[in-house]
Every structure is written in structure tokens, then in C-alpha cells.
Design a protein around this ligand. Sequence first.
Ligand SMILES: Cc1ncc(COP(=O)(O)O)c(C=O)c1O
Length: 388
Amino acid sequence: MPAESTAFSWIDGQRRARECAGLVRTLRPRPAESALLDLAGNDYLGLTRHPEVVAGAAEAARRWGGGATGSRLVTGTTELHTRLEQELAEFCGTESALVLSSGYAANLAAVTALAPHGSLIVSDAANHASLIDGCRLARGTTLVAPHADPESVRKALDTHEGPAVVVSDTVFSVDGDRAPLAELAAACRASGAGLLVDDAHGLGVLGDGGRGAVHAAGLAGAPDVVATVTLSKSLGSQGGAVLGPAPVIEHLVNAARTFIFDTGLAPAAAGAALAALRVLRREPERAARAREVAAALHHLLTDEGLSAVRPDAAVVSVRAPSPEQAVRWAADCRAAGLFVGCFRPPSVPDGVSRLRLTARADLGERELAEAVRVIVRTAPDGAFTAGR
Ligand SMILES: Cc1ncc(COP(=O)(O)O)c(C=O)c1O
């Protein structure tokens, strides 16, 4: 066999291991129109197809073109990017904002730029992969703290001298639970550390009119708090942003490689996000409705005997007995017309497989009842912990 045909043959071993463990992932193209009821996407406020959001994208593409044409520091900053940054900062109550091409990139940029050589990063064990990757890429030393445990964070910070930053999701993507932000901020302040939080699941859902978890915790605008957000969930678009004090944002512009060497966010995405933000400003009740739908889903499912985590935002996590049953359960839901997410190891470090449902502000009572009916009817026996 020629040497070049064996270059990637080691991949076969990994594929076989995945097959044996029932952990093969596949891509399934989604048609533009579908009869499936969608509780898997992250369009929390039902804005991605809102006429003003679609028009915002189309207008921006017509005016500025299909792409940003370059990195933000060269040609990739349009007036639209600047406007979006101003309105995002104003809405969330922070001094400044910096838009990046994704929430993932925002997390890489923020963590790496705020954790220089010799610094300590204290990172929650249940953080999103993009924060974890930011820690891996940063020059500072990472200490993983037990999930939602401010006392452990405080102890970790006590052991360190020099710059330190505590890194946490505000709402954890797997179980939808909220981080103890006030306690984390207090622990940071006791030792002069910074607090960097990922509000991907809080923006548009939590806080006054959807201003996010940081705003809800009274930490918006604080000089020691930095937040990242994605534009791809509540704002129905694509992209991410870092929000914080002006000197921190200025530092990122100069030091965050993920920002400096990445092409600016496509104008269409910036236009869509800006339009969505303006809809949310005008219709703040969308945030409360997403929370209401999540609470109703949780209530209806647990009433049927399923085990679901009480949602703090719009993510509802339902326990499955095993990875295989979780996959089959999600497939059975799909066959019955309901699209749900499925989390299983290695995406979930605690080894617990789940169905992941996202509440949407635009779901009506009839759709909610139908979703619950399908989930309950297709549930494996072992999923009913509380008896039926
Ligand atoms: C908590 C959290 N942070 C960051 C991201 C990444 O954001 P984006 O999809 O915009 O890259 C996601 C999900 O997609 C997320 O759930």
C-alpha cells in the first residue's frame, strides 16, 4: 500500500471506538420548510425568521456586500459593526462592546487576552467547550473548580498572587442552571480578580427585558466584570460579542489574536442581529414569554414522571437512562414530528445523557401540549423516575 494512503488510517480506530460506544455523530441537512416542531434550535425569541430581522440581513448584504472583506482592524469594520457594538453595549448596560465572528471566537478572544502568562484562570467544571478551549489556549494556568461552587473559587483565588480571572457560563448549556453570579463576583472582589462570564443563554431571556444574567445580577457596567454573548441564539443571527469596560475592550482590540486575525462578522449577520436587538427592545415581553414556556415545559414533563432540571432560563434538560436510549428517544420524537436536542458523553462530562429542549417565546399552548405528548409517548421506561 502506498505510504500516502495510510496517512490518516489511524482515524479508523477512532471511528470503530465511536461505533462501539454508540457515539457516532452525523450531519442532517435541514430543509428550509419543515413540518417538525423545533425544540432543538436556540432561537429562543422566535426572531430568526422575523420579517425585520430578515430585512436587516438582506439590506446589510445589499449595502455592504456578502462579506466583511477583511479583518476588523483592516477593512472588516463597517459603520454597521460600530452601530451594533454601540447598541449592544447600551442595551446590556456596559461601557463598551466588541463584535466577533461567533460566540466561540468571543470566548477564545476574551479568555486568552485576559489570562496572560503567570495569571490564574479559575474555570467552572461545567463551562461551555469554547470557554474550555479559551483556557487551553491562554498563557495563564487553569484550575477547574467544581460546578457552581463559589467557596472553591474563593479558595483557589486565595492560593494565587498576580492577575486572576474567574470564568463561568451564566446559564449552563447542558442543564440550563444558573451560575451563582453574585457570590462569584464577591469571591473575585475579595481577591482583586476579574470575572468573565459567558451570557450566551442569558441574553434575551434573563434580566430586565432580556438584558441578560449579568444585568439581572446587578453587575452590568462593573469595572471588574466582562461578559461574552452570542448573536446566534436569542438574536436569531450569527456572531458574538465581548461586553465590558472600555479599557478591557481596547486591550482585546490590541491583544486578542482571535479578534485580530479573523475576518469581521459578515454584514448580513450584523444587520440581522441589530434588527433583532431593536425588536427585543420594543417587545421586551418576549424574554418573559421564553422563561414562561420553559417553566411550563418543565412542569408538564415532571408531572408525567419524567426527570427534568428546573430551568433557570430557556433550556430544559430531561434525563435519559443511557446514551443509546437518549439517541433512540430523540429519533422517536423526530419520527413523531418533534425535533429535540440530545446530549450524551463525551459532550456531557458527568456521563448523564439527556434530551435538551429549548423553550421559544413563539410557542403556543397547543404546540407545548403536543411536544409534551410526543416526549412522554416516546420515552423509554427507565426515564420515568417519579412514577406515572
Ligand atoms: C454557552 C455557550 N457559549 C458559546 C457558544 C458558542 O456560540 P456561537 O455558536 O455563536 O459560536 C455556545 C453555543 O453555541 C454556547 O452554548
